[in-house]
Design a protein around this ligand. Structure first.
Ligand code: ACO
Length: 405
């Protein structure tokens, strides 16, 4: 692998040619052992394990461990990891005060990114190499991100925060911090906790997507892990990336309220090249088949709605929109299928998570992948600072006149 990378550099030196590849459609930026995708067949594996299998049989923290450490944990390792997650779930009191200074309507992704980079001011930077201290940093990130997300929700609704509780599992603890309050008798529903656990697993990594590439790029300058992940959160926020889950629900809401549930106008708009509108939650750079995560997410959505006895008209609209798109020539020709964001928002909504927090849920799930990618990049002897080239098309010096001061 290394040899090949060196050859490419040699080729550039000898020929002076560079690759012009907008959007890096066909550029391999690294060699990786973390995640495998076969976009033609709709296959996704973390460290060799199929995504559906992992979602069915594992806890999110085991998958996090798998991504970061390269193997599923033994019972002892699971216990130790759980203990560390519990021990590092609180956020520093001084940092908690930061919440008071954000406007009430601040987007939770902005708050999350700012809070994660703030963690680097409270905790020392990572040393080189991967040791016990690093495990603590991993647990800090995994655990505190979830706490920050729940605290920002409480701030948003003007309720007192609920601290993390020892003894609760990862997703249960999150649900408790979100929905417990002094005036409600809240008990975590194990079926909801399990559904959330699965959704987090589906989001845990996806190789060199926009946010993972940002995490690697920032980390390649030897910026610390918190700074790199904070940048990744900003990339994820974009509506063409993780932000799509929020926009899917807004699109479905629009169809319900403005189009009386009729999906045809939205479908037509998505096909109109003079209109910048795109069908949210549809299409993918790599998948040219059904996104395997969308299949599981659709199943989870039905299970949760059935369990809660909840009928959501937006689910019927989503199913109808999907069906209409799958039968439409435009979508068929371009291999456009639902992606992971199409059905996840409906489940979050049923659980009671507000729409502007959907992308935060994605970020909580994606933390292990970002850490694994960052760590792999730092340990790779062939990795160098990320520094793409460009094709300059601006004015030449012949086209400008001397500056008269
Ligand atoms: N609606 C309508 N047309 C679409 C859509 C869509 N959602 N997605 C792609 N197309 C069309 C493009 O216009 C293009 O048509 P053309 O060949 O006539 O020019 C063709 O399909 C190929 O699409 P590209 O733009 O080349 O796809 P690209 O790989 O650059 O973009 C992306 C992928 C950003 C995901 C795109 O499909 C999209 O915008 N989807 C909607 C947003 C979304 O759901 N994002 C979440 C992705 S998953 C994730 O990040 C977690």
């Amino acid at each position: 692998e290394g040899e090949r990378a060196v050859d490419i550099r040699k080729l550039r030196k000898e020929t002076g040619l560079i690759t012009y590849d907008p959007g890096f459609v066909n550029t391999g930026s690294c060699c990786s052992r973390v995640t495998f995708i076969n976009g033609e067949e709709g296959i996704l594996r973390y460290r060799g394990y199929d995504i559906e299998d992992l979602a069915e049989k594992c806890e999110f923290i085991d998958v996090a461990y798998l991504l970061v450490h390269g193997a599923l944990p033994t019972e002892d390792e699971h216990r130790k990891f759980s203990r560390l997650l519990n021990e590092h779930s609180m956020i520093h009191e001084d940092m908690r005060h930061h919440f008071s200074f954000y406007p009430e309507r601040a987007h939770p992704m902005a708050v999350l990114s700012a809070m994660v980079v703030s963690l680097s001011t409270f905790y020392p930077e990572l040393e080189e190499g991967w040791d016990e201290e690093t495990d603590i940093t991993v647990c800090r990130l995994l655990s505190k991100l979830r706490t920050i997300a729940a605290f920002s929700y409480k701030k948003f609704i003007g309720e007192p925060i609920v601290q993390p509780k020892a003894g609760l599992k990862y997703t249960e603890n999150f649900l408790n911090m979100m929905f417990n309050s002094p005036v409600s008798e809240f008990e975590v529903d194990p079926i909801i906790a399990r559904a959330l656990n699965k959704l987090l697993i589906l989001h845990a990594d996806h190789e060199q997507n926009c946010s993972a590439s940002v995490v690697r790029m920032v980390g390649s300058a030897e910026a610390n892990l918190y700074a790199s992940i904070s940048a990744g959160i900003c990339a994820l926020w974009g509506p063409l990336h993780g932000g799509a889950n929020q926009h899917v629900i807004e699109m479905l809401e629009y169809i319900r309220s403005e189009e009386n549930g009729d999906v045809s106008k939205v479908l037509e708009r998505a096909k109109d090249k003079s209109d910048p509108f795109r069908m949210m939650g549809f299409g993918h750079r790599v998948y040219k088949a059904y996104d395997p995560r969308a299949r599981v997410a659709k199943r989870i959505c039905r299970e949760v709605l059935n369990h809660l006895g909840h009928e959501d008209p937006l689910l019927d609209i989503a199913v109808e929109l999907e069906q209409a798109a799958l039968e439409d020539e435009y979508f068929k020709e371009r291999n456009l299928y639902p992606n992971v964001d199409f059905y996840t928002g409906l489940t979050y909504r049923a659980i009671g998570i507000p729409t502007n927090m959907f992308t935060v849920m994605f970020a909580i799930g994606r933390i292990p992948g970002w850490i694994a990618q960052w760590q792999e990049m730092r340990e790779d002897p062939h990795s160098r600072i990320g520094r793409p080239r460009q094709v300059y098309i601006g004015p030449t010096s012949d086209e400008t006149s001397p500056i008269q001061m």
